[in-house]
Design a protein around this ligand. Sequence first.
Ligand code: F6R
Length: 607
Amino acid sequence: MCGIFGCALKDGSAAPLIHMGLKRLEYRGYDSVGIATIQEGAVRVRKDSGKIDDVAGRLGFDEMPGSVGVGHTRWATHGAPMMVNAHPHIDCGGRIAVVHNGVIENYLELKEELINGGHNFVSRTDTEVIPHLIEEELKGGIDFGKAFLGALRRLRGSYAVAVVSSADPERIYCARNESPLVLGVSDQGVFCASDVPAMLPYTNRVAWLRNGEAAVLSADGFEVMRIEDGSPVDRGLTEVTWSLEMAEKRGYPHFMLKEIYEQPRSLRNALRLQHQYLDLLTAFLDRGRELFLVAAGTSYHACLAASYMFSKLAKLTTYPVVSSEFVERYGASVGIDSIVLTVSQSGETYDTLRAVDHARMRAATVLGITNTVGSTLTRVARAYVIQQSGPEIGVAATKTFTSQLLVLAQLALRLARTRGKVSQDEIDDLEAKLVEVPSFVERTLEGQAEHVEALARKYADERLFLFLGRGVSSATALESRLKVLEITYVPSLAYPAGESKHGPISVVEEGVPCIFICPRGETRRDIVGSIMEMKARGARIIAVCEEGDEGIIDLSDDHIEMPRGVPELLSPIIYVVPLQLLAYHLATTKGLDPDKPRNLAKSVTVP
Ligand code: F6R
């Protein structure tokens, strides 16, 4: 997703700081990069497609003079990844430079109007309408701030924008609607960025812009106002506790590996959530006739696993739904008795927020679980929980998945206790096991990491993997498949194991690796049958099973041993971990960068 970084400094050049800030947004995914600064009252723009450091070296980003500037990493939505479409975009007079993240829905009609009015467009982007709209507004003889707000009011769609202009060379004008933008203040000056880690080297005192707000930044401070009427908004600064070190790799070769190893700690944090928030969510859940668990990608897999917990423990009818399908599938039936529990690491995923908007419109109760303080989800949800995983930089979600699931498990157990649907003993037992989850993960990482790395080398050249599991383990299978798919590009399949004989079995031939997720529990007997079916067709079986489970081990070509005593319902949180590692090592063995999978972005804030 596009990244924005801007700064207005008291002294010195803005461009080297912008260059570094953009580097810290690389994880969001990008194809082009550019910077605009103001030098002696004139706008200077340098931009191109390619890697940040390559473009920076070629175009001399760090040598750009001027203490005020904005930069951008572009992830193409309109127009190919090429220089002319890279941001910043400028007006006809070359006096206004704009960077933008999001999608302007009505850009075609605005563009036509502006072209008819004599404006000259050079790119195929939606963004380019913004500098021209401001230029048009300025023709009315108004000041730059008013022209900026006037232009914003013409836009429909999502945006975070940052603008510099020779008409007001000391300031940056920014605004947001749906796409995130955060401001920061230090002794050096004032910053704006798409995300907090980008500005952590300079400050941890930040303020989030909200939907429908604009801000004017100078080296001495910022003012926030409503786009609608220009009225001032009082916005204080928050001190974020994420250190710079927390957002760096800490000696691991990749963020993904670092984040896999952080899981015992992030899971402990997820167990330390404030009880009053969990209680509040539980109270809302208890009022529901039905529960929709709505999310995208990995977060959806957390929802899928959690649906087994809510149904089995709390006896609440639960529907896990991919957020992009929610409106089509349940939009007409969701209503005042429905609870929509939305799970989003970023809290900014477009499809998820769209589902939320619809649910709110239908008077459903919207609850949220997110990792991002101040995200849109936290503002639109009736009540929410922050999962406290710390920043996740690797594009492939790992620690945020296990923490989401641990939060969901706590909610399901609380609800089960409240509703009294399961015996006291069973709940007590599961609650005791919940506390052990971080150490189960710790033991898995300590005991299995080397073995999993060796397995990755053994299976590195495979062209297809099958992931199969029963019951709650079908979610583990889907999530493990997603990890392999997104970072190794090996087209793999995942199915509930019972379903495999209804089609997927046709792809099985001699030697195809089948990864079976086999925790001890109610589904174990059936999974043995599924293993036999695959073995009979020549598949090689890799089982993820409990230590000492000889019945499964004897049937397998390879196996990964998991700690004893993990309850089946909680097993996805622990059993996914060696498979995250497997995906990671498969990718690195193939020479791929697991932190930056092709075509993927960390946070998908466009339709
Ligand atoms: C996969 C991955 C994505 C996200 C999805 C939802 O590893 O990270 O599938 O899970 O884009 O993102 P959030 O949770 O931010 O809504």
